[in-house]
Design a protein around this ligand. Structure first.
Ligand code: HEC
Length: 113
């Protein structure tokens, strides 16, 4: 039994590492950013499409998105029309690493709904 423990721990960390960005997004962003039908903020689909149009590489996409979310700013927003419509997004107080994890998920995810 003792010998099994490291194995269990190893597979646990593997399986929990993969969907971290998704878990964080679902816990912290999806209440405002619904997947496809906008409600009180642009939909996740809109965010992804708009950022991909400006930042083609994943690195640039992730860095720009995380930097903006740390301190939402009307002057640097890619979607100023959303600010007129819904008001500026509130500051959430997450650290950059967490936001990069979320942005990385948003770059990769295929949104179908
Ligand atoms: C309380 C509601 C709310 C929450 C929670 C929220 N957002 Fe937003 N977000 C908004 C609104 C409203 C806008 C549109 C106005 C704006 O751009 O400031 C927006 C805009 C954005 C934009 C577009 C910025 C641009 O360049 O124009 C991104 C990207 C974004 N949100 C990502 C996120 C992510 C990722 C999370 C989770 C960590 C999150 N938001 C959580 C309300 C929210």
């Amino acid at each position: 039994m003792k010998k099994l423990l490291p194995l269990i721990f190893f597979s646990f960390s593997l399986s929990s590492a993969a969907p971290l960005g998704e878990t964080l997004f679902n816990g912290n962003c999806i209440t405002c950013h619904t997947i496809s039908v906008p409600n009180s903020a642009p939909s996740t689909k809109e965010l992804q499409a708009r950022y991909k149009k400006t930042y083609e590489s994943k690195e640039a996409f992730v860095s720009a998105m995380a930097t903006w979310i740390i301190k939402p700013n009307a002057k640097t927003a890619l979607m100023p029309e959303a600010i007129s419509k819904y008001g500026l997004m509130p500051e959430l107080g997450y650290d950059k690493q967490t936001l990069e994890e979320i942005a990385s998920y948003l770059y990769d995810v295929r949104l179908s709904q």
